[in-house]
Design a protein around this ligand. Structure first.
Ligand code: PMP
Length: 316
């Protein structure tokens, strides 16, 4: 789908997966004017396909586009394009229990621009790929390191939107952590350097007693759709869920810690290392609360339990 300066995207078309032609002076290649989304399609027992809250991805892309001076497709255009792409690739949606189809919508400044300014033309495209577990650990607990030398986002920056540059900025910290054997990096706020923000590609929750807490959205954290869903699912199950400042001390003192995201779904955290000190959770097993919320969410996403929230969209 293409759009020029008038802000309206024209009808798109399906085309085989392959290289995308771009001007060397396109906004995305030169100034990082790009956003992406990520969502998944699951196969149900009866063979039909379920999408999970695709309108939320459309709305997040819309608000990100506003921040990045880009026009965006309407919610309807976004969801219709996702449906069309998934249906055209339905043979790639794995059977029940064998993973899911990851859907990657991209919005890029594709028009040429030399001086620093928003591009004159935009392209919205979607590609898909079957996927299994994001972390090699699967549902087994992951090991995180709290990063104190690098930050993912700063107040007033673009940490709260899903722009491509945010991911380039975490590559180095992530590579260092992985080389040391950690699964991923947990970032702190860049002002006080003591409040937990998020992991490179997922949000974080802590459990203490019957209370679940997660860092509040102050512009530097991505408003995860899984985060929002887990908050609701946990409240429905009677847990108190607080969105608040979560300090490193709160984190290290928690009974359970878990991460949420489309790719990671809900990943329990087995250990956190901070300034060389390693804290382990739940004897490195999956915590009771993490396990309960994981099952509640995934049963809903896969159509195993009835969807009373109206979050799933069935495609035939
Ligand atoms: N934070 C970051 C930085 C992410 O890239 C993601 C993945 N989109 C998330 C959190 C989780 O968001 P969601 O639950 O919408 O996938």
């Amino acid at each position: 789908m293409k759009c020029t300066q008038n802000g309206t995207f024209t009808e798109g078309k399906l085309q085989p997966y392959g290289p995308v032609e771009l001007s060397p002076s396109s906004g995305v290649l030169n100034y990082g004017q790009g956003l992406f989304e990520g969502l998944k399609a699951y196969r149900k027992e009866d063979g039909s396909i379920l999408l999970f809250r695709p309108e939320e991805n459309a709305l997040r892309m819309k608000s990100g586009a506003e921040r990045m001076c880009m026009p965006s497709p309407t919610v309807e255009q976004f969801v219709d394009a996702v449906k069309l792409t998934v249906l055209a690739n339905k043979h790639w949606v794995p059977p029940v229990g064998k993973g899911s189809l990851y859907i990657r919508p991209l919005l890029i400044g594709s028009g040429p621009i030399l001086g620093l300014a928003p591009a004159p033309e935009y392209t919205f495209l979607i590609f898909v790929s079957p996927v299994g577990n994001y972390f090699k650990e699967g549902l087994a607990p992951i090991n995180l390191i709290v990063e104190t030398d690098f930050h993912r986002a700063t107040p007033g920056g673009t940490g709260g939107v899903k722009t491509i540059g945010n991911y380039a900025s975490v590559l180095k910290a992530q590579a260092i952590a992985k080389a040391k054997g950690y699964s991923d990096v947990l970032y702190l706020d860049s002002v006080h350097k003591k409040y937990v923000e998020e992991v490179s590609s997922c949000n974080i929750f802590i459990v203490k007693g019957n209370v679940i807490s997660t860092p509040e959205l102050l512009g530097t954290i991505l408003p995860g759709i899984t985060r929002k869903s887990i908050i609701q699912v946990a409240r429905n199950q009677g847990y108190q869920v607080d969105e608040r400042l979560v300090s490193v001390d709160d984190l290290l003192d928690a009974d359970e810690v878990f991460c949420t995201g489309t790719a990671v779904v809900l990943s329990p955290v087995g250990s956190i290392t901070y300034h060389g000190k390693r804290v382990e959770y739940g004897h490195r097993g999956v915590g009771v609360v993490s396990q309960k919320l994981y099952c509640a969410l995934t049963d809903l996403q896969k159509g195993i339990t009835e969807d009373n929230m109206g979050w799933t969209m069935e495609l035939n």
